[in-house]
Write a protein that binds this ligand. Structure first.
Ligand code: M7G
Ligand code: MG
Length: 284
């Protein structure tokens, strides 16, 4: 729908999205979906969340006089402006609360990606938070565990593990009511290029030494010995080490070179290095 890309030329007084933009978002993301997706508020809220991401990543980006909104604020505006949702405005707090508690019950799958020495694993850092976790995400409706892992790893790292994934090789943990299954993908070259495909979800991707992740406790949120903040990582480490000692890495241990994270938030070319290389090139 081309209307979504129209940016209003009139400056906005309060920065709130105008009615016509909300109408566009509502019809594209909420109304134009198969009927079965509109049968529960949990599913509707997932659609609202897509509309919110589109609003943040496209509408606000193209029209900076629009205000950035939280999902809760956006949900409330959309419910108030959309004819089919307006009758439920009075219940919006409960609907939102049910959605957040539903979200933490959706099973999650992903991957523990090991390098060729089995000494490092690939972790990703969220856009908003400051903690690192394995690439992973919530299962879509009717999606198989391994298919979700392949999709989430691809979305978050740009790396396709479909030819490397063994459906029987995984570590699974429960976190309250949430089941988290991570497939072990071992022997990935450490010079592989990783970059997220989604916007504003992942800010950094880096190889981390497994030794450095060892925490003081088994908590969901922990800090590795180097101070790295970890989310849902340490509960997998004990079994991961068992897995590693039972398998032979394709490459022997590497010298302890420091890991360098790659940030996607403030990406800039290293002009000093480029200039130096050019100068070196010209001087020969
Ligand atoms: P998720 O898809 O809900 O989690 O994304 P999952 O992949 O673990 O199932 C986790 C968080 O990342 C969200 O709550 C958002 O804050 C952020 N996020 C994810 N995506 C795909 C987007 C996006 O497309 N745009 C923006 N702005 N934020 C996103
Ligand atoms: Mg997801």
């Amino acid at each position: 729908m081309s209307g979504l890309h129209r940016s209003s030329s009139a400056p906005l007084k309060n920065g709130l999205p105008p009615q016509e933009l909300l109408d566009d978002l509502c019809s594209r993301f909420v109304l134009n979906v198969p009927k079965e997706d509109l049968q529960s508020f949990e599913r509707i809220l997932f659609l609202v969340e897509y509309a919110h991401w589109f609003y943040e990543d496209n509408s606000v980006e193209m029209n900076p006089s629009l205000k950035s909104l939280t999902l809760k604020e956006f949900t409330s505006l959309l419910f108030n402006s959309c004819d089919v949702l307006r009758p439920y405005v009075a219940h919006i707090d409960d609907i939102f609360k049910d959605f957040t508690s539903y979200k933490v019950r959706v099973p999650v799958t992903g991957a523990i990606i090991l390098d060729e020495s089995y000494e490092r694993c690939l972790l990703v850092k969220g856009w908003k938070g400051t903690s690192w976790s394995f690439p992973r995400g919530k299962k879509n409706k009717d999606e198989e565990d391994h298919a979700c892992a392949i999709r989430e790893v691809l979305e978050e790292t740009g790396f396709d593990v479909s030819n490397l994934l063994n459906k029987d090789d995984y570590i699974e943990e429960m976190f309250g009511q949430q089941r988290v299954r991570l497939y072990v993908i071992a022997g990935v070259k450490d010079d592989t290029t990783f970059a997220p495909l989604t916007k504003k979800e992942i800010s950094e991707i880096a190889w981390q030494r497994i030794e450095d992740l060892q925490p003081a406790s088994d908590n969901v949120i922990s800090r590795g010995v180097t101070g790295l903040k970890l989310y849902m990582v340490s509960p997998f480490l004990t079994y991961l080490k068992t897995w590693i000692s039972a398998h032979k890495p394709p490459l022997a241990s590497k010298p302890n070179i420091p890991v360098k994270g790659k940030s996607f938030r403030n990406f800039r070319f290293d002009t000093t290095a480029i200039v130096r290389a050019m100068e070196a090139g010209f001087s020969t």
